[in-house]
Design a protein around this ligand. Structure first.
Ligand code: PEP
Ligand code: MG
Length: 565
């Protein structure tokens, strides 16, 4: 959205990574133009040499991405390695070479068409697979740029730090972001759960996504001030505004390992962990434990289930980072945005509403059973306090079955994720069986609002400040209260300091988030009393739109502005 306030030009989007930063705009290197569909090799051309060029440039792209992956860490390294795999995939190269040999298409046109074919197939599959289509198009652009001698698409290589502006970022671009050079990011597309948002947050780069008009309005070289909490990018800020943003950025906040409100009410601040390296980072950041250990990393990109011994080894790596502390292990969440060929049916017309999460154990109880054996074995070898929870629980029976399966393996603290409206509304009876609930606000928002969490165009619905979502959370907390069971939150909402205040006010007793968000959430809670949290929660519950709820809460929390959140 474009607006001119007090004669100032600004674009507005969704703030997905807090912080304020100013710098000159640098737009992402221009898109690679589509080769002319009529391009053919001249009659005298060496067809085999042309076909060989396709393989040569694909290998170059894969090598460059692999080299970047080797120099990167964690999530960035994984994203780069995945994109490199796409470039090295023989399907794409073989299809393109066939077009060169059989149809005498130029190498660039052949790659362009072959990649589009693969990308269209992936898009048609939806969910996580559709996200991979972006990787294929990214690889396509890189190979075609190489073949045509064009500048490689991607992040501008500038000496001075800049604010990166783009229509959207490819995962491999995001993975190469250097926080020392990129002060902030503004994209016209993308939603709160896009790669851009997740990586910007994990790198601590202020970011605004879904800012329509950003590319047209924020011209190369113009000075812009980005507020990654408010979701704005203002052109030509005053020197005072720039100085204030720089002063804020210079403040380093840390977390002392004990979450509490200003009047001393303890709120456990935990970390979300997706792989063993993340556990070490979470412990260093002072997390009081792990509120969501996503075990999918062990299963993704596999042709079959990993062995029990392999699982034990991986789970122990995470548990050993938190001796004596709580670690909530979530059992496999396969399906929808996380398809696993050995377990899920990718031909389902609506994978998000299909056999996913705990439901996959109906037909394949052995996989859940093996995982519970592995978790129990890892738990007995380490001293962490292990809790176990199932994703996508929808009924009382689901909860009962899961608790019974856990008990069979001596896992006594068995809980449920509340991600489906039915579980939120039935939390009383569900928590009469389960030991705790952890609200997955990413999916709970998706299912409450009937809005695909991966679709940037539905970002305004994919907002946990939606009053209907707040009412679901409220209902879950009431169920927990009735049964004397703790209710936590482990979706992205927990990492938003303003939302954290509301959640605590609704009765949530633990918040689990990316380790980077811990200091910000801790600081805002420490400045707010429990009574105030409750008042603000009631204000938000009474609002009639997400925008209104957020504005009401933020307006009553001056600490957010003081801290640049
Ligand atoms: C959620 O849905 O909020 C959640 C934490 O699970 P995931 O993001 O892994 O689906
Ligand atoms: Mg979920």
């Amino acid at each position: 959205m474009l607006s001119t306030e007090h004669a100032r030009t600004q674009v507005r989007g969704i703030g997905v990574s807090p912080g304020r930063a100013a710098g000159p705009v640098a737009q992402l290197a221009g898109a690679i133009p589509a080769p002319d569909a009529a391009d053919r090799l001249p009659a005298e051309a060496d067809v085999e040499a042309a076909a060989a060029q396709v393989a040569e440039h694909a290998t170059k792209v894969a090598d460059t991405l692999n080299a970047s992956a080797a120099a990167a860490h964690g999530e960035a390294a994984e994203i780069l390695a995945t994109t490199a795999q796409m470039a090295a995939d023989p399907t794409l190269v073989t299809a393109a070479q066939a077009k060169v040999r059989d149809e005498r298409k130029t190498p660039a046109l052949a790659v362009w068409e072959a990649a589009n074919g693969v990308a269209d197939q992936l898009s048609a599959l939806g969910g996580y697979m559709a996200e991979r289509a972006r990787d294929v198009r990214d690889v396509r652009d890189r190979i075609v740029a190489g073949l045509q001698g064009l500048p490689m698409p991607g992040i501008p290589q500038l000496e001075e730090p800049f604010v990166l502006v783009a229509l959207d970022l490819a995962p491999a671009d995001t993975a190469l972001l250097d926080p020392a050079r990129v002060r902030a990011i503004v994209t016209a597309e993308g939603g709160p759960t896009s790669h851009t948002a997740i990586l910007a947050r994990s790198l601590g780069i202020p970011a605004v996504v879904g800012a329509a008009g950003a590319v047209e309005t924020l011209e190369d070289g113009r000075l812009v001030l980005v507020d990654g909490a408010a979701g704005t990018a203002v052109l030509d800020p005053s020197p005072e505004e720039v100085a204030a943003a720089e002063a804020l950025a210079a403040q380093v906040r840390t977390f002392d390992g004990h979450g509490r409100t200003s009047d001393g009410h303890h709120v456990q601040l935990l970390a979300n962990v997706g792989e063993p390296a993340g556990a070490a980072k979470a412990a260093e950041a002072g997390a009081e434990g792990v509120g969501l250990f996503r075990t999918e990393f062990c299963f993704l990109d596999r042709a079959e289930e990993p062995s029990i011994a392999e699982q034990v080894k991986e789970y122990r790596k995470v548990l050993s980072a938190f001796p004596g502390k709580k670690v909530v292990v979530r059992t496999l969440d396969a399906g929808a945005d996380k398809p696993m060929p050995f377990l899920t049916d990718t031909a389902e017309p609506n994978p998000a509403l299909g056999v996913r999460g705990l439901r996959t154990s109906w037909r394949n109880p052995r996989i859940l059973d093996h995982q519970l054996i592995a978790i129990a074995e890892a738990a007995s070898a380490e001293s962490a306090e292990v809790w176990v929870m199932a994703p996508m629980v929808a009924t009382v029976e689901d909860a009962e079955d899961f608790v019974a399966a856990c008990a069979k393996h001596g896992l006594e603290t068995a809980g449920v994720m509340v991600e489906v409206p039915s579980a939120a509304l039935m939390s009383g009876p569900i928590l009469a069986r389960a030991a705790f609930a952890s609200i997955g606000t990413n999916d709970l928002t998706q299912y409450t609002m009937a809005a695909d969490r991966l679709l940037g165009s539905l970002a305004s619905l994919s907002d946990s400040f939606q009053p209907a979502v707040l009412r679901m959370i409220d209902a879950t907390c009431r169920g927990g209260d009735q049964q004397g069971r703790p209710v936590g939150v482990c979706g992205e909402a927990a990492a938003d300091p303003a939302m954290a205040v509301v959640l605590v006010g609704l009765g949530v007793s633990s918040l689990s988030m990316s380790p980077r968000s811990l200091p910000d959430v801790a600081a805002v809670l420490a400045a707010t009393s429990l009574e105030r949290c409750r008042e603000l929660a009631q204000l938000a519950l009474g609002a009639d739109s997400a925008e209104h709820a957020r504005a009401l809460v933020r307006g009553q929390l001056p600490v957010l502005d003081e801290l640049g959140l």
